[in-house]
Design a protein around this ligand. Sequence first.
Ligand code: AMP
Ligand code: MG
Length: 418
Amino acid sequence: MIGIGDAIDRVRAAARILPVERLALANARGRVLAEDVVAAMPLPPFDNSAMDGFALRASGNAIAAGSGFAIDGEQAAGDAARAARGEACEIMTGARMPEGFDSVVPVEDVDVLERDASQRPRRIRLKAEVAPGQHLRRAGEDMPAGTLALQAGIVLDPFACMLLDALGVVEVAVRRRPRVAVFATGRELVADPQRALASGEIRDSNGPYLEARLVEAGAEVVRRATLPDDAATFVAAVREALAVGVDAVVSTGAVSMGRYDFVPEALAMLGADTVFHKLRMRPGKPQLFAMLPKGVLFFGLPGNPISSAVGQRLLVEAALRRMLAMPDETRWRLPLAAELRKKPGLASIQKAALRIHAGGQVRVQPLRGQESFRIAPLREANVWALLPEEGERFAAGTLVEVLPPSHMQAALLGSEGA
Ligand code: AMP
Ligand code: MG
């Protein structure tokens, strides 16, 4: 039996980085960037006004309150460059600064002394002093051209896409999505939710769960099936998945010590090399990881719903991250809200709730009902708490490792380091 850290290292070492594909930015949302993006233009692209008001020429000196100006024309957002003329110009937010102007006084900071026939201001007087450069957004002030805008390995979430859209990026290089097949095993399983359960049967909840998590984690689920406890059927299903081309196969069930736990036998029939089977962890001790022919990864997750969810989160997602050339995940370390107990000698991964307390502290609440068949506590859970092998009692306040439900969420809270 090996430990979780060792298991994750072996999974990472076995996973191969996937090829790059080029997509229109609009089709690349949620994908992982495969090449750095350098800003080809400055943001903002030109000096412009931050306010609706009047553009003035301060030329490095403050303009005193009470100063009066004649207004010469207007500059609206979208207007092209305007040659230098006049002493003041009406200007709108986002409008390009006319040549020779460098400061903006907001409309609320002036008295309009005179208007023309169409009610446009012709003369104004400043109610307050104008500092040179005020309310001016300079070209490149947000991001100069040539800046590393986004680094390879990040997820193109809406924040990242906002930046790329502003920069006018047309096409991005992303990693191909890992192609995964999912097989839920167990003759007790009923995949069709319309079908009434016969005696001894249960619904397949692992299959849909894994599919949802895999997609969330950046993968493409190319096959999903619910299979009986029969090695030959399983082998045929895996062979078919290999034939359509997959990077990984994930199965649940049939990896424990029961009479019908046939996955090791099926792997032998497939000519797979088992890398590990059983980890020093709870739940999910019988996790199995093997290499199928042609470098395809095989994850044999145990059937209990929490055991398979944990295997997906710790092992499968570590592999997906490596395939997508994302940096290895850093775990959050947060204080326990209450004492937590576990069995010594086995790492423990527990359903937990990250909560923000009234005083503003974030704490990890261990949840009742840690058995691997219990899915009801997931209603309250929003993270996994990961406790090391050593130790039995962890006092309230102890910093523990915490994992969000999907590795894609792991960057949400930036860490300031140890
Ligand atoms: P196994 O690992 O095959 O021995 O299954 C362990 C437990 O998980 C048994 O109680 C199974 O009925 C249950 N189980 C297995 N597969 C699933 C599944 N796909 N959905 C829900 N429960 C499952
Ligand atoms: Mg089973």
